[in-house]
Design a protein around this ligand. Sequence first.
Ligand SMILES: O=C(O)c1cccc(C(=O)CC[C@H]2O[C@@H](n3cnc4c(=O)[nH]cnc43)[C@H](O)[C@@H]2O)c1
Length: 235
Amino acid sequence: MKILVTAATSLEIKPFLQYLEQHSQQVSDYRFRLTGCEVDVLIAGIGMMHTAFSLGKYFTLHTPHVAIQAGICGTFRKDWHLGAVVAVESEHLADLGAEDNDQFKDLFDINLWKESQHPFTGTSLVNTFHAWPLALELPAATGVSVNRVSGSAATIAQLEAKYQPDTESMEGAAFHYACLQENIPFLQIRSISNYVEIRDKSKWQIPTAVKNLNDELVRTVEELCAHYTTVTKNF
Ligand SMILES: O=C(O)c1cccc(C(=O)CC[C@H]2O[C@@H](n3cnc4c(=O)[nH]cnc43)[C@H](O)[C@@H]2O)c1
């Protein structure tokens, strides 16, 4: 089984990389062999432009069975605790469009895109791969992707009213788009490093978020590889 693990920065998946160093055989700069599984690691860069370019290039050369995007994110949900790990199931591109006075209009609102044009479901990029072989016990989240971390009351209120998001990242939509276009089953796992609120970086809990994210990432990859090994043994 071929698995792609992608992240915006190596810092976000450093513990996973250390795990691979200890438990797998490294076959190239970015490829690891782990109990019958091939795991590629792609550090795609921060933001949708870098993510789309990196994944587009990668998918012209490789077709993984599963792609996993792992990263930290902000949450709009005050009832979710920092450090919680979630699976983001759908994404909106929440700052691509036009400003109309103090209102934001996305490309669907201004009729440059049509609802449900491929690969969108309505106006969002939904993870439609339901044949995931593992029981995912993570809370499901609805995400928005932005080029600028939201940090004003007005922007936050607009995003909440328009998209009812649980999470905010800078790469999720690009990942969903690339995987849906290439028909590659995928999973976006994010851990919450901060609340989406008026900017106060001192409140961000990046170390806890990174630890929990990587615990979950290791568990998921190990389970996927074990599942695949069991399935292939039975044939
Ligand atoms: O401003 C800083 O000093 C600073 C230092 C380290 C990281 C940042 C980020 O903004 C991280 C962006 C990175 O993390 C994801 N992320 C995390 N929280 C949020 C959020 O509330 N809204 C959007 N993106 C977030 C994002 O996916 C980036 O990859 C700043």
